[in-house]
Ligand binder design. Structure first.
Ligand SMILES: [Zn+2]
Ligand SMILES: [Zn+2]
Length: 257
């Protein structure tokens, strides 16, 4: 697979995820709030330019390098293709869990990650509200993981698409039927679970760090239940209605503990 095909597949996954998230928000809204789409959209555009410039298809390049060099854990054992893809998906998701947790634990990383949490509305566009600094800092972690796993390019694409869909859906203003929500939440992160992570006050911000699977939060004792019937005030105290320039400059200012 070429780097262009990799970018194309990832882009198609993003468009499909946005479409599905917006559709579900329309069909089954939780709070019917108007998202901070101006600031979030501007950040998304900056990130598209910055990450595209620095490392548009780096994960693909690293995966191809690892394949050529025979590098990575999955090359040391003979596993079927489907198992290699599943292992890559699960491993990159647990790495993302650890990275997200580090973003809350380490003050330097939190300076950037608080931009994501400063959205006082919780809608699909919150899923693209990241400071470019956070995305750049995460690159070595994810690329290092791809190399160490010895992930195939196709497995990285599967991960990127599933991760994008999960990320956009769990940030969406969606209510799910409670029984379905409970069933999905046993394995995957639901919007209600992640909404609780975005709570404006209290210790629950240090809970529910997962993106695809809720398994890691259960395993590492950071899981806290939540359902669509519960209203959660989201955002960060004192950071309401941030403009785009203020959001961009947030890592340089005071932090919310
Ligand atoms: Zn967080
Ligand atoms: Zn989030």
């Amino acid at each position: 697979m070429s780097e262009e095909q990799f970018q194309l597949l990832r882009g198609a996954g993003f468009v499909a995820a946005v479409t599905l998230a917006l559709l579900l928000q329309r069909l089954s809204p939780h709070a019917s709030v108007r998202g901070s789409w101006r600031v979030n959209g501007a950040l998304w555009l900056v990130n598209l330019i910055v990450t595209g410039f620095v490392c548009g298809a780096c994960a693909c390049t690293v995966a191809r390098w690892a394949a050529g060099a025979g590098f990575g854990a999955l090359r040391a054992v003979a596993v079927p293709r489907w198992l290699a893809i599943a292992t890559t998906l699960v491993t990159l998701d647990v790495v993302s869990y650890g990275w997200h947790r580090a973003n809350h634990r380490l003050p330097f990383l939190w300076r950037f990650h608080q931009v994501h949490h400063s959205d006082q509305t919780f809608t699909a566009s919150t899923g693209v509200r990241f400071h470019p600094g956070e995305l750049l800092l995460s690159l070595p972690v994810r690329l290092g993981a791809v190399a160490l796993i010895g992930a195939a390019v196709e497995a990285v694409v599967v991960f990127e698409v599933v991760f994008t869909v999960a990320n956009l859906l769990e940030h969406s203003d969606i209510d799910l039927p409670l029984r379905l929500e409970r069933a999905i939440g046993r394995v995957c992160v639901t919007p209600a679970l992640h909404r609780r992570h975005h709570t404006k006050r209290g210790p629950d911000r240090d809970r529910n760090f997962g993106t695809i699977f809720s398994t890691w939060d259960r395993l590492f004792a950071t899981y806290v239940a939540n359902d669509s019937a519960t209203a959660i005030e989201t955002g960060l105290p004192g950071f309401d209605d941030l403009t785009f320039p203020r959001a961009l400059g947030l890592p340089l200012g005071p932090t919310v503990v």
